[in-house]
Design a binder for this molecule. Sequence first.
Ligand code: TRP
Length: 450
Amino acid sequence: MESQSLSQRGSWGSKAAFIFAATGSAIGLGNIWRFPMVVGENGGAVFVFVYILAVALIGFSVMLAELVIGRHTQKNPVGAIHSIKPRSPWKGIGYLGMVTGIAILSYYAVLAGMLAGYFVKMISGTFRGTVTSQMTEKTFTDFSSNPFLVLFFFAVVLFITTYIISKGVKGGIERYTKVLMPILFVLIVFLAIRALTLPGAGEGLKFYLKPDFSKLNFKIVFFALGQAFFSLSLGMGTMITYGSYINKKDNLVSSAGWVTFADTFIALLAGLIIFPTLFAIPGISPDSGPSLVFKVFPLIFSKIPGGQIFGMLFFMLLLVAAITSTISLLEVPVAYFVDERKWSRVKAAVLMGLCAAVLGIPSALSWGGVKFLTKWAFWAKVDFIFGNIALAFGALLICLFVGWVWGVKKAVEEIKSGSEKFTIRRIWIFSIKFLSPIAILYVLIKIIIG
Ligand code: TRP
């Protein structure tokens, strides 16, 4: 019986398949759009420094905690926590994660849609000839404030996401991630090299990598932590869900390590493209926020022979990276309805996709399409509440659950299956029981009481 229900849920074909899927979830707009945005808004290199600490000390530990819950129970977040601690309020972690996932998906798919729009722009030759920063600014404003275009591309992205999820884990996620992510990686390295060799790139490099610690403040720590959770897909059960498809023989520690490393590496490279370019071709401010990458990437392509082709390829691959992330956001609630409520995958995928569609409409219109939503920065509010606060809160609960409720002893036992040595056991236990929850609680309390 048990094994039958397992095979109906599907599982990864191999450890490599899991790593590709989890890396696919982690790497996305969080790395290439959101990371440069928050770095630019929070003083540059100081932020980068705090971010790396947050990833290494907290992000990695939370990732391992989520994976271990998932693999131990082989269930969606709600079911997983229920089977460890039946009839307890801790299940709330799962419900909170589902809501958070849909909320993040709603504005994330809008952005992914805008990238699809930029892919089309690259094909149609919008950025042919001389490209200036004034021009990229105007192109972005014209595009993002056209409600029909933004809504159209948003719908396309949600449709693709829902379609892939309705096909299930093995048929869906695995196939799409294996081939395209490595190509994106090579392209990003290439672009970083080009950006670094632009005359005047040095100033940008300084802004990005030479920390001025006198600028360090609490806000930086808060956003660095939020960004770490967002970028690593933590705090809402994605990694519990993905972990639930991992084989008992696989090494969870090295899996978590690899995903954390790859994700951070790509984010750091994205910054190496954006900031040198930005300073070498003046006109765009590092703190221009969410429009930063839309304005800067066309500039770097204009500095490369055959840049239009690279631009096309880049926006296409970025869209693929975004979709491997959107499917992981949708998979969490869908896995719940399939496992716990016995819905069909198709029904669950379609209904959850529709929820994200409805919630995403005001976000899509807050990029210039509708005045009052734009002024209110609707999508940015959703990003702040769900992409920072809710993820941090979810991560806090996961630490407390694993560290104190389920208990690290049992978790360590599960981790040891496939990773007998688990040499960093002590550090992980310290982080999950003390360091991570205290740090998260501290920033949450401080941000909420102001
Ligand atoms: N990590 C993804 C990115 O960087 C976004 C994402 C996917 C996510 N699944 C998530 C963020 C779960 C938080 C939680 O683009």
